[in-house]
Design a protein around this ligand. Sequence first.
Ligand code: TXA
Ligand code: MG
Length: 320
Amino acid sequence: MTEIGKDILKAKAYLQHAELVAIPTETVYGLAANAFDVNAVSKIYEVKNRPKFNPLIIHSNSLLRFDTWGIEISDRLQQLAARFSPGPLTYVLPKSTYIPDIITAGQDSVAIRIPNHTLALELLSALDFPLAAPSANPSEYVSPTTAQHVYNQLQGKIQYILDGGICSVGLESTIIDLTQKKIRLLRLGGISKEEIEDCINEEIDDLLISDNLIAPGMMKRHYATSHELIFEDDLQKITIPEKSFALRFNSYADYLPKSNQRLLSVQGNLSEAAANLFSMMRELDAMDIDLIIAERFPALGIGRAINDRLERAASKNLHT
Ligand code: TXA
Ligand code: MG
C-alpha cells in the first residue's frame, strides 16, 4: 500500500488529493500534507498520534511565496534567510489569515521553513500551496533520517514516500521566534545560536523550559527510544545491566567490551555524529538489550543539539 519512489509528479498528485506523502529534507523526513487543506492536515495528527495543541511547520521553496500567502517579510527575516535559507532554520512569525488554525494550533504565530534538499525544493516549487510537515515518526519517537525508517513505522498509513536518500544534517531544524523585539531560540538544531547572532549582530535569548508552552512540541520526553537511555554521568547510580550498549562520540570507553559500543564519528566530527545519531538510536533500539548508555557530547555548535536530543530521550517524564 505504501510505495517508496522518486516520482515528484506522483507525490504532487497525492498531495493535491489531500493524501499524505513523506518527503525528504536535509534535517529529517517530514510527513507532508497540503497546508491549506484542513482535512489533509488533520490526517497528519491522526497518523502521528500527535496532540492537537502541537502546531506544525509549513514549508515552501522561497520567501516570496510565503509573502504571497500573507506572511510579512521583515528586514530581519530577509537578512537571516539570505544566509540560512534554504537550510535547517525555522522562523516563527506572525500568522496570516491564509493559514488555517489547525496548522498553528490556534496560536497567532506560524512557523515557516525552506528546506535545503533538491527533491523537496523541486516538489515545493511544483505545488501552489505550502506543505505542513512534522517529522515523519509517531509522536515522541526518534525522527526518521531515511525512507526506510519512515516505511518501518508508517507503512500502510500513508500513500507515498519520496525517497531522497539519507538526510545530510540528521537533526531537526533550529527554531527561532521572530514575533518579539528580541529573538528567542525555541529549539536547538542544525544552525547554532552563535551563527544566528553573528548574522544579525544582535544577541538572542536562550531557550527556557517554560518555552515548552511556546513551542509545545518541545516536551521534555521526545525522541525517545523504547529501551531506557541514560548518560554516562549517571552510571555510578546504577548497576550496569549485562545487556548494555554504549553510544559514543569517537573513542571506546573501558566499562563495556568494544563489541557493545558504537561510535558516531570515528573522525571526531560533530556534524557526522549528528547525521548518524537517529539511525544509530534506531539500530540500538532494535537490538535485544536492556540499556543504552550515551556519552555527553562537547557543548559546541551542533554538539549541543545532540545533547539536547539525548537528554530528551533520557527523560523519564512522560508527557501525554
Ligand atoms: O527539521 C524540521 O524542522 C523538520 C522537517 C520535516 O522540516 N520538522 C519538524 O517538525 O521537526 P516537528 O513538527 O517534528 O517539530 C516542529 C516544532 C514543534 O516543537 C512545534 O511545537 C514547533 O515546531 N512549532 C510549530 N509551530 C510553532 C509556532 N507557531 N510557535 C512555536 N513553535 C512552533
Ligand atoms: Mg518531531
